[in-house]
Design a protein around this ligand. Structure first.
Ligand code: HEC
Ligand code: HEC
Ligand code: HEC
Ligand code: HEC
Ligand code: HEC
Length: 184
């Protein structure tokens, strides 16, 4: 390799690095502007930490129908108040969140949770056959990631429910991939 060649490739790669830096910075600024309003900003009515509940409750304590029906189910205020008849957390900030439960109870209104987007209505999916009665029941984690460890409600699904997400597992586990089973 001649010195000249070296310096010219050096020049190119410096240029490439500069371009990369600009693109990366741009991407960072962009993603920061998407990320910053995130943490709890799909304005949920109150904070909910799956992690804080993981030790005291199983998934089914709150998502009552996950083993029996298509839909896992959203806990009602009554399910919350079953445990929260007095203050359970130690931290002052957590207690403030807990107080919101009293307010809903006094007003006798359900907590208006904002749900993640669902599958479209032409796709059939049932928890019963996946988490419930199947011969080899799947763990929630297979499809919902580590939601049990999250401290705020997710802003988006941890795993995207694309067609390949469904059919890849079906193939692996020798479940049917008949189009009409999922598409109706
Ligand atoms: C103490 C009650 C409670 C427990 C226990 C609980 N959850 Fe939840 N979960 C909620 C609440 C409240 C929401 C927000 C309302 C909703 O979206 O249904 C939620 C939301 C979810 C969602 C998002 C639903 C959506 O489409 O918005 C998933 C997925 C979920 N939980 C899975 C689990 C799994 C898996 C476990 C066990 C590791 C679990 N949950 C344990 C109360 C609970
Ligand atoms: C099985 C009993 C049980 C149920 C059911 C339950 N909780 Fe809790 N919750 C707890 C316990 C115990 C704590 C304290 C956890 C800690 O501090 O480690 C807690 C803490 C909390 C906190 C403060 C902690 C934080 O990080 O957000 C909120 C808010 C809360 N719960 C809301 C709810 C809501 C809303 C529901 C119904 C969807 C619910 N809980 C259902 C037992 C329960
Ligand atoms: C094979 C994948 C798979 C497994 C395993 C699974 N889920 Fe789901 N879950 C989904 C899909 C797909 C949706 C979206 C359904 C829709 O949009 O109609 C969903 C939606 C949900 C929702 C919100 C909508 C609803 O049905 O109420 C909750 C809550 C939930 N799952 C909890 C659980 C829990 C708890 C477990 C474990 C006991 C579990 N899931 C196991 C795939 C799965
Ligand atoms: C992690 C593996 C896994 C994933 C992911 C998965 N499935 Fe399945 N699915 C299975 C298995 C295993 C069976 C067979 C259950 C049995 O018959 O015991 C099954 C069965 C089914 C059935 C027939 C039984 C019933 O519920 O009526 C349908 C429909 C179905 N899956 C739809 C879906 C859709 C839609 C998705 C994606 C949103 C999906 N599955 C994702 C493993 C999976
Ligand atoms: C195990 C479940 C499953 C099976 C089997 C399946 N699909 Fe799908 N398919 C899905 C899901 C879930 C989506 C939606 C993905 C999304 O919303 O991104 C989808 C999306 C599609 C789309 C894109 C259009 C749309 O609705 O977004 C086409 C086309 C399609 N499927 C055709 C087929 C054909 C043809 C077969 C049979 C060879 C088949 N699918 C088998 C689950 C399945």
């Amino acid at each position: 390799m001649s010195p000249r060649k070296l310096s010219s490739t050096g020049g190119i790669s410096l240029g490439a690095i500069a371009l990369f830096a600009v693109v990366t910075l741009g991407a960072l600024v962009l993603s920061a502007s998407f990320l910053s309003p995130k943490s709890d900003s799909v304005a949920q009515p109150m904070r909910f930490s799956h992690k804080a509940h993981f030790e005291d409750a199983t998934c089914e304590t709150c998502h009552l129908y996950v083993m029996e029906l298509a839909s896992a189910g959203t806990p009602s205020l009554e399910d919350c108040v079953d445990c929260h008849d007095n203050t359970l957390s130690e931290n002052a900030e957590d207690q403030l969140e807990e107080k919101k439960l009293e307010k809903y109870a006094e007003e006798d209104t359900e907590i208006p949770w904002i749900h993640l987007p669902r599958l479209t209505a032409d796709i059939y999916f049932s928890h019963r056959m996946h988490a419930g009665l199947g011969e080899k029941p799947l763990e929630c984690k297979n499809c919902h990631g580590d939601i049990g460890k999250s401290e705020t409600l997710p802003q988006e699904r941890q795993i995207a429910f694309t067609m390949s997400f469904c059919v890849d597992c079906h193939e692996k586990r020798q479940a049917s991939n008949d189009c009409l089973m999922c598409h109706r």
